[in-house]
Design a protein around this ligand. Structure first.
Ligand SMILES: Nc1nc2c(ncn2[C@@H]2O[C@H](COP(=O)(O)OP(=O)(O)OP(=O)(O)O)[C@@H](O)[C@H]2O)c(=O)[nH]1
Length: 346
């Protein structure tokens, strides 16, 4: 028997906070065409939102049991404790999946996760079909991941091993350097000139020739996304990381998150205006969660990436559910939590 062929292909989906990973996973589930998929979602923050969004997607191909949430952690650093047992449990099911998707947190480094596929219990049964990095084009265009050259020079004078002055840049670069396919997402928010410029910026950061495709809302043919058959676990050297010297170890103190409880609202507009002002004043990176609006049977899903917000009434509140909203706020460490909470409360 060809053991390689028997291995279950697994696609790792990485990309910075809010790039469009969950949107892409949802698109894959919607178009899975009867494939038996399992999804593992890892999130930064103590309260998972992405898992809930996927669990409630109401699609035939994503029954709840096939979505496994690994919240509150950095998948790359909890491989032994969380990831390996989760995969083993999935494989030991009477009806194991035919294909696995792993959505990492927007702050996770993918390389230690790829390495975990070298663990004997996983290596014999799974292979990394490919690593997909989703990139938020407008965020790259806005210089979100760029260093301030003067700051880098100043910091390097004190510490010659330093790469960046901007922790966002390090995470972003580690993610695209690990990729076998880059999805340059949010093309609807870029004109042709910006798209060309961003494509060049991404290509300059890639360590090798990697295919780059453009997308809006992650809408791509599944033949482009799945079945790359790269076996990335055998090809670690091609994926240089800023954390290679530390063997993947990295600090978690560059970013933090907290949850804001929001009691039921008469109308959402006032809160959304305050939220946008708080994000702008405090340089919040990401806001996501659900709100309850009086007389509305559906929950209002809120998605904020930098200053850009989307809202959408999604699933109904369950009868036994407290109609309280909650928002997960993610930003750089040291952000003014009290100030942000006060602005949101109004
Ligand atoms: N305009 C536009 N918005 C998009 C696109 N893709 C995703 N979004 C929106 O961007 C926001 C974040 O998308 P997600 O799919 O949740 O991003 P994510 O990478 O999973 O976010 P984290 O898990 O928090 O890192 C949502 O409001 C999406 O609807 C796109 O192509 N264009």
């Amino acid at each position: 028997m060809n053991l390689q062929a028997a291995k279950i292909p697994t696609t790792i989906i990485t990309g910075f906070l809010g790039a469009g990973k969950t949107t892409l996973v949802r698109h894959i589930l919607e178009n899975a065409g009867g494939r038996r998929l399992a999804v593992i979602v890892n999130e930064f923050g103590s309260r998972g939102v992405d898992g809930e969004i996927l669990q409630n997607c109401g699609l035939e191909n994503c029954p709840e049991t096939d979505i496994v949430e690994l919240a509150n952690g950095c998948l790359c650093c909890t491989v032994a404790d969380d990831f390996v047992p989760t995969i083993e449990a999935l494989m030991d099911r009477p009806n194991p999946p035919e294909y696995i998707l792993i959505e990492t947190s927007g702050l996770a480094l993918p390389k230690p996760l790829i390495k975990a596929f070298g663990w004997p219990s996983i290596r014999s049964r799974l292979t990394v079909d490919g690593v997909i990095a989703v990139v938020d084009g407008p965020a790259v265009a806005a210089g979100r991941f760029a260093d301030d050259p003067e700051d880098v020079a100043r910091q390097r004078a004190a510490d010659s091993s330093l790469d960046h002055d901007n922790p966002l840049a390090e995470v972003y670069e580690d993610q695209i350097r690990a990729a076998d396919l880059v999805v340059l997402n949010k093309t609807d928010l870029m004109d042709a000139e910006t798209l060309k410029r961003v494509t060049g910026m991404i290509q300059d950061s890639l360590p090798r020739a990697v295919k780059l495709v453009t997308a809006t809302d992650g809408k791509l043919d599944l033949d482009v996304l799945l079945g790359l058959a790269v076996a990335a676990e055998d090809d670690l050297a091609a994926r240089p990381s800023h954390h290679d010297a530390e063997d993947g170890e990295h600090e978690h103190d560059d970013f933090e998150s907290f949850v804001v409880r929001v009691p039921e609202l008469n109308a959402p507009e006032g809160l959304l205006t305050r939220l946008a002002a708080a994000v702008a004043a405090h340089d919040v990176l990401r806001v996501k969660g659900f709100l309850a609006v009086r007389a509305k049977p559906l929950r209002l899903e809120i998605q904020g990436v930098g200053s850009r917000f989307r809202q959408n009434f999604t699933r109904a509140w369950a009868l036994d559910e407290v109609r309280d909203g909650h928002l997960v706020v993610i930003g750089r460490s040291g952000m003014d939590r009290a100030g942000i909470e006060a602005m949101i409360a109004g």
